[in-house]
Design a protein around this ligand. Structure first.
Ligand code: AMP
Length: 407
């Protein structure tokens, strides 16, 4: 879990605390009206749950027991806020539930006990939590200059370059903040609790009307996969390769020590700084260990078989992805499983097929890939162990390089 100690830090002369997510045990996701009614037993007044609306995708339904019946209230999005009666508006479901737990305020009854969802929980987060913790940056403090250079396109919107207090920063902009806002803020809240030289650092969050921006340190050399492809064998040295592997592994070992699972580790989600340090980014899918991702999009070639099949994500499934990432580093950014059509990859992998070592890949590194691709997650090594192996490989490599230059 990532409810870490309340880490306070001094940055730009103000103290900032970790932003915590609110658990929503009463949120059951996409279940039908009939299923909700089955779950709401015994029919005690005020027993409730919230589900995603099946008739109106994107909206929610609050289901409440009253006088032995279940009332279904439609929760709609309006002007980036949630409302039932178009009188009271809320930033997220947690705030809405909290309000109606205090007072019926027009509902048939006040909300009392909830039916908790079994399995993976959902979380919510609100902008005030960021403000209180000192993570909010005023939009006026960001200077986009004239060119408004687009660094890339992400799941939520453009990533742009800007200046903030004399420093270049990357600004992820979410334009339509209504639906995606919760996942975007969840990504940001997770980032407030993590600090490591091999993780892309969050600097703050901007709230401006309907627009939300996530401000992170600027990574001048772009994504690792683009770096490897554009420079190739001629410019990326064996020393660079081992450094990228160690940097990424150190960032992941830190996440492992915090019990945070990344779930989308790949060379496209590692960025390179001006000084050529590799840092893991894109915590969009990083969640508490028990999370299960229903209906998500999986990057099939990077995802461990048990995660694809049973949604069992763990630090060990991240280790599988790390093995693929190592293969990307040593093949200079090739797409994994070349020549195997995407639809056949899972079939092959489940039978125990493993990619061959890329040309020129040291045997010690290939051995790590093979261990990472063990079908049994428990048999895969931890990031802490792989980090030690990579570091001792680097020492050996340096010693032999010194030997070659001194003879
Ligand atoms: P993401 O939304 O994190 O997947 O980012 C999409 C793309 O934007 C990445 O592949 C990078 O090319 C670029 N990008 C994201 N974050 C940064 C950053 N901090 N510094 C430089 N470029 C970035």
């Amino acid at each position: 879990m990532f409810c870490l100690d309340n880490v306070c830090e001094t940055h730009n002369n103000f103290k900032r605390a970790e932003v915590k997510l609110n658990a929503m045990p009463w949120f059951h996701g996409k279940i039908r009206r009939e299923e909700a009614e089955c779950l709401l037993q015994p029919r005690e007044d005020g027993l409730f749950l919230v589900r995603e609306s099946t008739n109106f995708p994107g909206d929610y339904t609050l289901c409440v027991c009253y006088k032995n019946k279940v009332e279904h209230y439609r929760v709609i999005y309006k002007d980036n806020k949630l409302t039932i009666d178009e009188e009271e508006f809320f930033e997220n479901l947690s705030q809405l539930v909290e309000h109606y737990q205090k007072d019926a305020d027009g509902l048939c009854t006040r909300l009392r006990d909830s039916v908790p969802k079994r399995g993976g929980l959902e979380f919510s987060v609100d902008s005030k939590a960021f403000e209180k913790a000192g993570w909010v940056i005023p939009l006026a403090d960001l200077d986009f200059g004239d060119c408004r250079e687009v660094l890339g396109k992400g799941e939520f919107g453009d990533v742009r370059l800007a200046w903030y207090r004399g420093q270049k920063v990357a600004v992820k902009i979410l334009i339509d903040s209504s639906k995606a806002a919760q996942s975007f803020l969840a990504e940001a809240s997770l980032m407030t609790s993590l600090r490591h030289k091999n993780l892309v650092q969050l600097m703050g969050v901007v709230f401006d009307g309907g627009t939300i921006c996530l401000v992170t340190e600027y990574m001048a050399k772009g994504s690792l996969v683009d770096y490897l492809r554009s420079r190739g064998r001629l410019h990326v040295t064996p020393r660079d390769q081992i450094n990228f592997a160690i940097d990424t592994c150190a960032g992941m070992a830190y996440l492992e020590s915090k019990h945070v699972v990344h779930r989308d580790l790949a060379a496209r989600n590692v960025l390179i700084s001006e000084e050529c340090v590799a840092k893991v980014c894109d915590f969009g899918l990083a969640r508490e260990e028990s999370f299960n991702l229903e209906g998500g999009k999986f990057p099939i070639k990077w995802t461990a078989p048990e995660a694809l099949k049973y949604h069992r994500f763990s630090n060990k499934s991240d280790m599988w992805s790390f093995g693929i990432l190592l293969w990307e580093i040593y093949s200079f950014g090739r797409v994994p499983y070349p020549r195997i059509p995407l639809v056949d990859v899972v079939k092959h992998v489940e039978k125990g097929y493993k990619m061959e070592a890329p040309d020129g890949c040291p045997s010690e590194i290939y051995e790590i890939m093979r261990q990472a691709w063990d079908l049994d997650p428990e048999a895969r090594p931890s990031f802490a162990v792989v980090l030690k192996k990579l570091e001792s490989f680097l020492k050996k490599f340096q010693a032999s390089a010194n030997f070659h230059t001194s003879v």
